[in-house]
Design a protein around this ligand. Structure first.
Ligand SMILES: [Zn+2]
Length: 467
């Protein structure tokens, strides 16, 4: 939603907001689960049992196909290949990938118009943007088939835990589907088209937790899905308020950021169920999902995950920065895309579940911290604030003291006073109207000791965090 749509949505009565959610839900359902989705899911349920040789043969064949397509129809790749006199035929196997330069987020930003395949019309593509971990906005395009492929991969993960396709579920999201100033329940919206009830992080606050617990207990939700950091905050609040979940879900599926073991423990305890996660990113060019034995398997059908600049540990596991080459999007191919995460691969691709795709023992994805608003909500994600701020190169939100935050911005040359005003009003409208916002302009945002970028950072003491 853009700002105008958002302002309009916010003044609608709740039943019309539910209607709007359903219209959106109807469109989403058609996009995600239409077209090739069902055939793809059925195929994926078979391919997950392929042998090592079958996997290798399939990946090399898909690789050759996407490379030839990229070279012949995507001006950016033609230029990159020609510059180093590389021909599509030089890439025959996964091992040849290292001949191709790494694709960074900045490369995509600078070459957006040239990285779309000439075989596709832009208007027929799905336009998305993400700020990733660093507050930088990244735009990209994909064809509907690529969206269906992604949802088929995600649904295969759910099917491993025996979830039926139409099962009712609750989603915990960072989106703004519920106006910030709403004081009375329902603090959720119903998307009947998808049998989904949406809860947002802005309303998971102490004075609303009782109403949320009542809705969850009434729910009969078969599963929950969402960001682990948000579900963790929910679990903590339920514990702190002595509230019990009397009708727990069968499974909780998390994704999009790190699921920490100590968070998983609290979540599993409060909701008395299995908690599993998968590793994916919106750019949609690589994925890994856990099996029933809690082991992370590469979803090899969807793309190749490479371990770049790797270090070999004493147990022969390999650690390195994740590069992804996607097999699903021909509209905007991602080849050796640097995701910004670090993975550790086990030396052998074996698991007692019987799958042979490569196994990751750990993925260091997003590192999350949170700020506390004067209203008492714990906000872990600000990426939606920066989504339309193309003049922001990088941003970090820091909380030094209660009731205020500092937005640290690395500006692009075109950044002006208006951009600051826009960010200020976005925070006022979407995060908190009472939060004081300071800006700090800097040359560069320092990385953490583990080289990860920290999008949100809190200097509050633990006791200040408990409101
Ligand atoms: Zn397994």
């Amino acid at each position: 939603m853009n700002n105008l749509q958002n302002a309009f949505y916010n003044i609608l009565p709740i039943f019309l907001q539910n209607v709007a959610c359903n219209i959106h839900g109807f469109k989403q359902k058609k996009l995600r689960y239409g077209g090739s989705f069902r055939d793809r899911l059925e195929w994926l349920e078979g391919t997950q049992w392929w042998t090592v040789n079958q996997i290798e043969e399939y990946q090399n064949q898909q690789l050759k196909k996407i490379i030839a397509h990229a070279y012949h129809t995507v001006p950016y790749y033609k230029r990159v290949f020609d510059n180093i006199r590389l021909k599509p035929n030089d890439i025959k196997t996964k091992e040849d990938l290292s001949k191709i330069p790494v694709l960074t987020k900045e490369d995509i930003r600078r070459n957006l118009a040239d990285i779309i395949s000439r075989d596709f019309k832009k208007f027929a593509l799905i336009h998305s943007h993400t700020s990733g971990t660093s507050g930088k906005s990244l735009q990209f395009y994909m064809e509907p088939e690529a969206v269906q492929f992604r949802w088929a991969v995600w649904w295969r993960h759910k099917k491993r835990f025996r979830i039926a396709f139409d099962a009712p579920y609750a989603t915990f999201t960072g989106l703004n589907a519920i106006p910030l100033n709403q004081k009375y329940p329902p603090f959720w919206r119903e998307n009947k088209q998808m049998n989904q009830t949406v809860f947002t992080m802005h309303h998971i606050v102490p004075n609303k937790i009782q109403a949320i617990a009542t809705r969850l207990n009434k729910g009969g939700f078969t599963y929950y899905a969402g960001y682990p950091s948000i579900i963790y905050v929910l679990a903590r609040l339920l514990l702190e308020h002595g509230l019990k979940i009397t009708r727990p879900p069968k499974v909780i599926f998390t994704g999009a950021e790190n699921l920490y073991e100590h968070h998983r423990k609290v979540i599993a305890e409060v909701f008395q169920c299995v908690v599993t996660d998968q590793y994916g990113f919106s750019e949609g060019c690589g994925n890994a999902s856990r099996c029933q034995h809690d082991v992370f398997h590469e979803d090899f059908e969807y793309g190749i995950l490479e371990c770049n600049n790797s270090v070999v540990h004493s147990d022969r596991s390999k650690e390195g920065r994740i590069l992804a080459t996607g097999f699903s999007s021909y509209a905007m191919p991602f080849i050796r895309y640097e995701v910004g995460d670090v993975g550790i691969w086990k030396p052998e691709a074996s698991c007692s579940c019987g799958r042979h795709s490569r196994v990751l023992s750990k993925i260091n994805g997003r590192v999350e911290d949170y700020v506390i608003t004067p209203e008492g909500s714990r906000i872990m994600r600000f990426d939606y604030i920066f989504k339309d701020s193309h003049a922001v190169e990088e941003a970090q939100v820091v909380q030094y003291e209660k009731d205020s935050i500092t937005v640290r911005v690395v500006r692009r040359p075109e950044y002006c006073q208006n951009d600051e005003e826009l960010l200020r009003s976005e925070i006022k409208n979407k995060v908190s109207s009472k939060l004081k916002v300071n800006f700090e302009y800097i040359q560069e945002i320092e990385r953490e000791a583990n080289e990860k970028f920290r999008a949100v950072k809190s200097y509050l003491k633990e006791e200040q965090k408990i409101s």
